[in-house]
Design a protein around this ligand. Structure first.
Ligand SMILES: [Zn+2]
Length: 232
């Protein structure tokens, strides 16, 4: 009877493996749908046209040039996982009706921006822009000269009761044309007096750019786990 038991065990093992694979594919598909829905550009899914595999890796490509990170370029019509420095370019198939499975392509799709579009604010810049939008940032006069303070928050540094000091970051945002101070002083949230900072139209547009990465909840499943045969 031992042989039958073994066969049953093997069958159950195979079933569980298949079930796990189905669940993983379902998670990947959901993530891909969320990314493509949020991306401000269209994406197609294509395979390596030279592949002879039954189920080749599926890459993502855009019809416009994209950038990720600082200045990493992703030329139009190429797999997103291929940098501009690749010399042997992958010939891509016609679009296929399925989600992308190349993890590097999926990641790039979630964080890329159009190359000719504005650079979105970083997480920290976004937070400061929101404080400006809320009317909390003022230039206040100090014994050592004017300082820019976020009056919605107190800090423990000297003069911290007037708010958190944001002079450096506000000057950077000003240099990018995103914020500008009032010419006249008004009352600040903390009862002090100062020139209020405001978003420019560029700043409002920057704040409206979708934050990256563009997915909620589902983070991409851990980098592809190679299927290692169970040692016996
Ligand atoms: Zn790829």
């Amino acid at each position: 009877m031992l042989q039958i038991d073994q066969r049953e065990a093997l069958a159950r093992y195979e079933e569980e493996r298949a079930e796990e694979r189905r669940r993983r594919q379902e998670r990947e598909r959901e993530l891909w749908e969320r990314i493509t829905a949020a991306a401000p550009f269209a994406l197609t899914v294509r395979t390596d046209a030279r592949s002879v595999l039954d189920d080749p890796l599926r890459h993502a490509a855009a019809a416009i040039d994209l950038l990720t990170g600082g200045r990493r370029q992703h030329p139009a019509g190429r797999a997103l996982c291929e940098g501009i420095t690749h010399t042997h370019l992958m010939p891509l198939s016609e679009p296929v009706d399925a989600h992308a499975t190349c993890h590097r392509c999926v990641h790039a799709a979630a964080v890329a921006r159009p190359a000719d579009g504005p650079e979105p604010p970083t997480k920290k810049e976004r937070r400061e822009l929101e404080r400006v939008e809320a009317g909390a940032v003022f230039t206040v006069e100090h014994t050592e000269g004017p300082e820019i303070r976020d009056t919605s928050e107190q800090s423990r540094s000297p003069g911290g009761d007037q708010g958190r000091k944001v002079t450096a970051v506000m000057n950077r945002l000003h240099a990018r044309g995103w914020v500008t101070p009032d010419a006249e002083a008004t009352d600040s949230l903390r009862g002090g007096h100062g020139r209020r900072w405001n978003l420019t139209s560029l700043g409002a547009a920057a704040l409206a750019l979708p934050a990256v990465p563009r997915w909620v909840e589902a983070t991409p499943s851990a980098p592809p786990q190679r299927e290692v045969p169970t040692p016996r």
